[in-house]
Ligand binder design. Structure first.
Ligand SMILES: [Zn+2]
Length: 415
């Protein structure tokens, strides 16, 4: 008999069902969703007892699904799909409800980068001025890196658990697309506003090419505006062209083109993703591009945000963090990478270990003797003194510290 509690089990109008089944059969389950919404007002997650409430959402198209109850993410089991880090451990906290509005109908995002540009004005290719948080501290729109981090966090791609197999692009794509179903960005549904590069297989090649063509067809002139859209993919390499660079992506033959000045700015802004050590230790780079269609039909990049990840798509802020994330996974630790979104100044732990109570923190110290860096290190130590969890520190000039859970056998990080 299947257990009646545990991660992934949901109670809906008195019936216990698997979350995976609900997600695949949302049409079949619609009467159950409707009853639960009318009679109970919410669904329940059975990862822990007493059960935790879940929001029942219904999109305008009549598609039901469940989401975590605001402010209760921390109470779920760390392996539960609705688990979230404590407040203050994610850059998500810095946004106002104007920037990210979560309602019963879905999530509405106000992206700082416009997805249309008027055709009757001279083109300005610069991003709008960086928004600084006002007194209340809340940002009123989301930047590109913020959106990329938000998507990663929603799809739980910053969570590593030993019970899950090695994450592939196929899994990333499926989880991201699932999250995108009820999201609206700058008033446009993500069906047409955001294209996630699908995983390549010879059997899927024709379907993938048709999907990219359909996406490209939504770009370009619409009345008096030029329509842009977002494209999310994995950068394989950056090749020089006569006018700038071509970003060649994994799983997609069609490259994206960018002018030299734009790439130079991106390389400065996302130096870990474009630096020399970016592809060491099996690391990779994920980018969210704003693209336009050129008169010849090429996809040209007008802006982008990029992040460094491990070979299994766990975000990392430096190549040392890539080494640490891989070592933690090799030691079968359950951990989360807190994401800073658009707040470069956010003081967040490098990793949070969720298989111990209270959660433990991991810090990687890579650079010595820079005043700003030393100040930041002091700030971080102060931050941990306020938390009561254990702190594991790695000074990269030294060997890796012991990462196995106490009482367990040691583990050799894979290299
Ligand atoms: Zn749960």
């Amino acid at each position: 008999m299947e257990p009646t509690t545990g991660p992934g089990r949901i109670q809906l109008a008195g019936r216990t069902v698997q979350l995976a089944w609900l997600r695949e059969h949302s049409t079949q389950a619609a009467p159950l969703f409707a009853r639960a919404r009318a009679e109970v007002g919410h669904a329940s997650c059975l990862c822990r007892l007493p059960a935790l409430r879940l929001v029942i959402r219904c999109t305008r198209a009549g598609r039901y699904h469940v989401a975590g109850w605001p402010g209760e993410g921390e109470q779920h089991d760390p392996n539960c799909p609705f688990h979230k880090l404590a407040p203050g451990l994610s850059g998500r906290d810095r946004y106002s409800t104007e920037a990210i509005r979560e309602t019963d109908d879905g999530v509405f995002i106000r992206l700082a980068t416009p997805l249309t540009s008027p055709l009757d004005q001279p083109e300005t290719r610069d991003a709008p001025p960086e928004e600084t948080p006002h007194e209340a501290g809340a940002r009123r729109s989301v930047g590109l890196l913020g959106l990329l981090h938000w998507l990663w966090e929603q799809a739980r791609l910053n969570v590593s658990h030993p019970q899950e197999g090695r994450l592939t692009w196929r899994t990333c794509h499926a989880r991201l697309c699932h999250q995108l179903r009820d999201i609206t960005i700058n008033g446009r549904s993500t069906d047409e506003a955001l294209y996630v590069v699908p995983p390549f297989t010879p059997a899927a090649a024709d379907a993938n090419a048709a999907a990219l063509d359909a996406f490209r067809a939504t770009l370009g002139r619409h009345g008096t505006t030029e329509r842009r859209a977002l494209l999310l993919g994995q950068i394989k390499d950056v090749a020089p062209t006569p006018y700038g660079v071509a970003y060649r992506l994994a799983h997609q033959r069609t490259p994206l083109y960018a002018r030299a000045a734009l790439h130079a700015r991106a390389a400065r802004s996302y130096r870990h993703a474009f630096g020399k050590s970016a592809t060491q230790h099996g690391a990779t780079r994920i980018a969210l591009f704003v693209v336009e269609r050129s008169p010849k039909g090429h996809l040209t990049v007008v802006d982008l945000a990029a992040m460094l990840t491990t070979g299994t798509y766990m975000p990392a802020d430096s190549s040392y963090e890539v080494v640490m994330a891989d070592a933690l996974a090799a030691c079968r630790r359950a951990f989360i990478k807190p994401l800073r979104y658009d707040s470069a100044d956010a003081v967040l732990p490098d990793f949070v270990l969720t298989d111990v109570t209270p959660a433990a923190y991991v810090e990687v110290y890579g650079i010595h003797g820079r005043e700003s860096y030393d100040r930041r290190k002091a700030e971080k130590r102060e931050f941990y003194q306020r938390q009561d969890g254990q702190l594991i520190e790695w000074d990269v000039a030294e060997p890796l510290p012991v990462l196995a859970r106490s009482g367990r056998r040691g583990c050799a990080p894979s290299t």
